[in-house]
Design a protein around this ligand. Structure first.
Ligand SMILES: Cc1cc2nc3c(=O)[nH]c(=O)nc-3n(C[C@H](O)[C@H](O)[C@H](O)COP(=O)(O)OP(=O)(O)OC[C@H]3O[C@@H](n4cnc5c(N)ncnc54)[C@H](O)[C@@H]3O)c2cc1C
Length: 410
């Protein structure tokens, strides 16, 4: 059983927890994750910034020195960092920042940290205390510092089983492709010629694709659309005919010369995901217009299998079945162009009934009760990670749906 990219639910929201649990008739696994990092042949507990004892010398001492110097220096003021590079340098010191997270940023986000903003971070990257870094440089920290501690995953049916209730109770017409959206006449015209009129339209289509469905765009809006950047993924699914060789649920790969970026073991999520005595390894490889995939799918798959062999995850390239799945929409990239581009797009769409919201150009949404209810949905609204151009997890998408449903005017 392969998910479209590895997924687990780590939501803190009771509404989503209950919806997902009801969707699978309470049949889910809840477990503590073991998250790791692979760095130049070493296995490092996650987050690596508080597990420096597993980083080889002399880099370990250089990381500690640079961290302490940074924290004691003038650069620790609470003023807003200009970009992700500045955030990393201040949080970890420049040596650790350059050797691990900056490299990972280039692989995962396909951009340099200098090119990204710092407003998407939230609790996603752990900001360590001095005490934790020093203790973690001497030996195991003895506590979980990762923002994900316990996760849930359906016992059977893969991650999509959590959407069963939503899917079964919705009126969905599959197999209809949209030709045009007429925002003036409030019509959606399908490729088969059928037309649907609407009083309120909620789009979950990735925003650049939605804009392509409009008959014409002003040049400024077309330019803003082109400025938006999202990564794409090649997920390499590998089945090895032996049990997993590692204890991790998933881990991150920091070496820049390895394509593998995040690696997940499917049978760790549910034993029903893989036949007994096999391991299902999902490897994420990222690309974008800034970092196109190197080589064709066959070459890429072969390289990833060789990397798994070199990391000791499979007993050899010949004991596996491997196939690649292309996922066109991966992670919205929060570079310096994204916010101004969204401002242009949302402002232009206002004339067609879009109600501007307080955080509509910000990567994150505050789901606190008051903030959630203050939204009023007009004739045109957007919902989801790619439609709203947000750093959303699945629970954010569900909550957005709930928010819009509560605020519909009809
Ligand atoms: C590799 C990876 C791992 C992730 N892991 C996790 C995780 O562990 N936990 C978690 O909570 N979240 C995770 N996420 C995030 C989660 O997948 C997203 O937040 C969520 O799926 C986004 O839902 P959505 O409805 O916004 O987009 P989607 O589910 O992608 O829906 C967009 C829809 O638009 C359709 N579409 C595209 N173009 C058109 C068009 N022209 N016309 C009509 N329809 C179109 C697509 O077919 C698609 O169905 C992960 C994401 C990725 C990429």
């Amino acid at each position: 059983m392969w998910d479209e990219g590895p997924h687990v639910s780590f939501t803190k929201h009771d509404y989503v927890k209950q919806l997902f649990a009801d969707s699978v008739g309470q049949q889910f696994n809840e477990f503590a994750t073991i998250v790791g990092n692979y760095f130049r042949g070493c296995w490092i507990t996650h987050p690596a910034q508080v597990s420096l004892h597993q980083v080889p010398e002399p880099l370990r001492s250089q990381c500690v020195d640079s961290f302490l110097k940074t924290r004691r220096g003038a650069g620790t003021a609470a003023d807003k960092p200009a970009d992700f590079q500045e955030w990393l340098d201040r949080a970890f010191g420049p040596i650790f920042a350059e050797n691990l997270p900056a490299v990972y940023t280039r692989k995962y986000w396909t951009r340099n940290p200098r090119e990204l903003t710092a407003d998407w971070i939230g609790e996603r990257v752990h900001m360590p205390s001095v005490d934790d870094v020093l203790r973690g440089a001497r030996g195991p920290l003895g506590k979980n510092a990762h923002y994900i501690t316990k996760v849930r995953y359906p016992t059977r049916g893969g991650y999509q089983a959590f959407a069963t209730k939503l899917r079964n109770e919705a009126n969905i017409h599959f197999g209809s492709r949209i030709a045009t959206v007429d925002l003036i006449g409030r019509r959606v015209i399908l490729e088969n010629g059928l037309e649907h009129t609407y009083t309120q339209l909620i789009s979950t289509i990735p925003l650049p694709e939605f804009l392509r469905l409009l008959p014409s765009l002003p040049a400024t809006v077309a330019a803003a659309r082109e400025a938006l950047c999202c990564t794409e993924l090649m997920v390499i699914n590998v089945t090895a005919r032996h049990p997993t060789r590692r204890p991790e649920t998933w881990f991150y790969v920091y070496d820049e010369d390895l394509l593998s970026t995040r690696i997940n073991f499917t049978e760790r999520l549910s034993p029903h995901n893989a036949p007994p005595q096999t391991t299902g390894i999902q490897v994420e490889v990222y690309g974008s217009r800034f970092r196109p995939f190197a080589g064709d799918v066959t070459a890429l798959t072969r390289q990833v299998v060789n990397e798994l062999s070199a990391m000791g995850l499979i007993d050899g390239p010949d004991c596996v079945d491997a196939h690649a799945v292309h996922i066109p929409w991966g992670n919205v990239v929060f570079d310096h162009d994204a916010k101004p581009a969204l401002e242009v797009i949302w402002s232009w769409l206002e004339q067609f009934g879009l109600s501007r919201e307080s955080e509509d150009t910000h990567p994150l949404t505050n789901w606190a009760e008051g903030a959630r209810r203050s939204t009023s949905a007009g004739p045109l609204a957007f919902a989801g990670r790619y439609a709203q151009w947000k750093y959303f997890w699945t629970d954010d998408c569900v909550l957005r749906g709930q928010q819009l449903a509560e605020n519909l005017s009809c």
